[in-house]
Design a protein around this ligand. Structure first.
Ligand SMILES: [Fe+2]
Length: 210
């Protein structure tokens, strides 16, 4: 039975000439043999340790911001797994890794199987054009890996380059708030939440504009 492991790592996020300290949630979804890694941020040694001797079938990136992707080349070399990202975040990838390429793209509807569990990618632009989330309805009762699209308390930030508030709201409303209400939301930063706990607040977020 596949299980989720969460590792919290610390580092920085830089965009538009500003740098901020951030803590990121790294997720491993795996069984005894195989594992998928989502957003191996900041501390690859810690991620490597959590992987142990298991085979890494894919390294999935929810988007191209440097706090999520800066260490991914190091991890790819350590574990020999394909790194996948949505093509609309290629410009963010290129800004961080000008001399490297991802191994492939994540498209809306792509599925990734790990043990007896399937993760389905959903394209949710807004925080960045190539943001994706991963929905696993059979995993631990129903889980969404939301990256920086949906947090506990609101949508991801849209104040910087390549972000768009109206677009993230549309993604959340049409693609995430249509998921079962009991779905646990495992976020890219901070505490987890539940779809049904966030849904009633959509109008407040639209009103406040972030
Ligand atoms: Fe981000």
């Amino acid at each position: 039975m596949a299980q989720i492991e969460n590792i919290v790592t610390s580092g920085t996020f830089s965009l538009d000439g500003e740098t901020h300290d951030v803590d990121n949630n790294v997720y491993l979804v795996g069984d005894a043999q195989n594992v998928i890694v989502i957003d191996p941020a900041h501390d690859v040694e810690k991620v490597r340790e959590a992987i142990g001797g298991r085979n890494v079938s894919a390294i999935l990136l929810t988007h191209g911001h440097d706090d999520h992707i800066s260490e991914v080349i190091k991890l790819r070399e350590m574990v020999d797994a394909p790194v996948l990202i949505h093509k609309e975040d290629q410009m963010l990838w290129d800004a961080t890794h000008p001399n490297e390429q991802p191994d492939g793209n994540i498209n809306d509807g792509d599925t990734f199987t790990i043990g007896n569990v399937e993760l389905t990618a959903i394209h949710t632009p807004g925080h960045s054009p190539g943001c994706v989330v991963f929905h696993a309805p059979e995993l631990e009762g129903g889980v969404l890996f939301s990256g920086d699209t949906l947090f506990n308390g609101g949508p991801g930030a849209t104040g910087r380059s390549y972000s768009n508030f109206d677009v993230i709201i549309e993604s959340i409303q049409n693609k995430l708030f249509t998921l079962p209400e009991h779905t646990r939301v495992l976020t890219g930063h901070g505490d987890s939440t539940v779809i049904g706990d966030e849904k009633p607040h959509l109008d407040e977020w639209i009103e406040r504009g972030h």
